[in-house]
Design a protein around this ligand. Structure first.
Ligand SMILES: [Zn+2]
Length: 200
């Protein structure tokens, strides 16, 4: 089962059901969850002050660092990444990866998909020796990429600052500020043990 499928299913579910799902993920895939988070923090640190403490997070900075470009297509699934073969590099110059995104899905969804695909790149899930790598992926890699996406789009340090310093405590309001779905905010809230500090 792909995470994209799970994402779509969850899209209409209540936050209570989503919480059950997150708890399961956190207990069964703790190692993968934290690997994704730690790599996201590492990349964020490397990218430096340009993105720190500003929101919504500017994914273009990440795309440039990853040598990736996004194209919006009429595709059935949410998104995938392909390596650009040497032959095509003349056309895309520096670009190593093409992230293909479903142009019919909402902006918040697409931001998650792009961050998730960036996770596969930064976590080195893609094999650069393959001419084309279509990301049908292993489940563990999906968890890592999702955690990378969560921590990239809603860094826990920025989230805490908004909650404690700026007193933004509504999940809905936070999701608007970060330009993500309420599920991504909620995932990060649970990850950082902030449940008692926010309003659903
Ligand atoms: Zn994936």
């Amino acid at each position: 089962m792909s995470i994209e499928k799970i994402g779509e299913t969850l899209f209409n579910n209540s936050l209570e059901d989503f919480k059950e799902y997150i708890k399961k993920i956190f207990s069964n895939y703790k190692k993968q969850v934290w690997k994704g988070v730690l790599i996201a923090r590492k990349v964020r640190k490397i990218l430096g002050n340009r993105i720190i403490s500003s929101y919504p997070i500017d994914l273009d900075v990440y795309l440039k660092k990853a040598k990736a470009e996004v194209i919006y297509l009429d595709i059935i699934n949410s998104g995938y990444t392909i390596n650009i073969p040497q032959f095509y590099k003349d056309f895309f110059s520096e670009t190593e990866y093409l992230i293909c995104v479903n142009r019919n899905e909402p902006k918040t969804r697409n931001r998650f998909v792009i961050a998730h695909e960036l996770g596969h790149i930064f976590l080195k899930h893609l094999n650069p020796t393959n001419k084309f790598y279509i990301n049908t992926a292993k489940w563990k890699y999906e968890i890592e990429a999702n955690s990378f996406a969560g921590e990239t789009l809603v860094p826990t340090s920025v989230l805490k600052n908004l909650i404690y310093t700026k007193k933004v405590t509504s999940i809905e309001h936070l999701s608007q500020l970060f330009e993500v779905s309420i599920y991504v905010v909620y995932y990060q809230v649970i990850l950082a043990n902030l449940e008692s500090d926010v309003k659903l």
